[in-house]
Design a protein around this ligand. Structure first.
Ligand SMILES: [Mn+2]
Length: 286
């Protein structure tokens, strides 16, 4: 081994293992449809830096994520069109799934979930988000971070659970139900911890976490903050309750570092990412 091997690293990549690792990481620095506070293109590396620097042991789950081999693919190439991003992410995530890998992605805006989830075969999707993202269009765009969930459900037969919504209109809730989504509002989640587990379909899961499901007091640096969201412990406990389930992939999205001067939102997203790494590992190894 040379001094170069010994004293240099790939930072901010978060690999703890090689290509034979069961979990792959992909950064998707894309925010071109952001409707309010752009900047999530800087999310992937910011969340990785936080991941390096916080303790990623989870006492409740009893697992240290540092000991879990993950392989970081890096970021997809810069792209300035929605179609271009969707095409690249669909292909790259499809390759990871075809190799039997669990794929953990870091956004980027919530639209990144659309091309990834389009590759899912038997898995159901569980979305944590303050919003439903079920608009038919926003500011003239049919495919955007505010419409991704509708586009996904229209284009694919997939069982879907949505948890944590509190910033929505009555007709959006109705749309969600009409589209067959099992809805656990934030109020449901708070009042009955089992409501999420009761709503989960059998079989493998894909989990997508929009960081704005957290309250802006603890995660201010997101594209569309909505006061009145979940506290850390409420989100972490909801995620931990999925322990033992087979997870085929996950993503954490919408962190906008320019609106996060203290870095606390990237740190919170890194903690969420570490819990999802642990849940995926437990799902593989029992
Ligand atoms: Mn959202």
């Amino acid at each position: 081994m040379s001094y170069t091997d010994l004293y240099t690293n790939d930072s901010p990549k978060i690999s703890t293992g090689g290509k034979d690792s069961p979990i792959y990481v992909l950064g998707i620095p894309f925010d071109f449809t952001s409707s309010y506070r752009p900047g999530s293109r800087f999310g992937p590396d910011s969340v990785r830096q936080a991941y390096w620097n916080i303790e990623i042991v989870d006492r409740e789950l009893g697992v240290n994520a540092e000991n879990i081999p993950i392989f970081d693919l890096g970021n997809i190439s810069p792209v300035t069109s929605v179609d271009g991003m969707i095409d690249m992410v669909r292909k790259v995530s499809g390759e990871a799934f075809a190799q039997g890998k669990v794929l953990g992605s870091i956004g980027g805006e919530h639209l990144i979930t659309l091309p990834i989830a389009s590759n899912l075969k038997d898995a159901s999707i569980v979305v944590f988000d303050a919003h439903f993202d079920l608009r038919d269009e926003l500011y003239g765009l049919k495919v955007s971070h505010a419409t991704f969930f509708r586009r996904l459900l229209e284009s694919k037969q997939i069982k879907a659970v949505h948890a944590g919504a509190h910033a929505y209109l009555d007709d959006e809730l109705q749309s969600a139900r009409n589209l067959g989504v099992r809805v656990i509002t934030q109020e449901n989640l708070r009042n009955d911890r089992r409501s999420l587990l009761d709503a989960l379909p059998d079989g493998p899961l894909y989990i997508s976490v929009d960081t704005d499901v957290l309250d802006p007091s603890c995660a201010p640096g997101v594209g569309n903050p909505e006061p009145g969201g979940l506290a850390y412990s409420e989100l972490f406990d909801a995620l931990r309750s999925l322990k033992g389930r087979k997870i085929v992939g996950f993503d954490v999205n919408e962190v906008s570092p320019p609106y996060d001067p203290s870095g606390i939102t990237s740190i919170a997203a890194a903690k969420v990412f570490s819990i999802l790494v642990i849940l995926s590992w437990v799902g593989i190894n029992g």
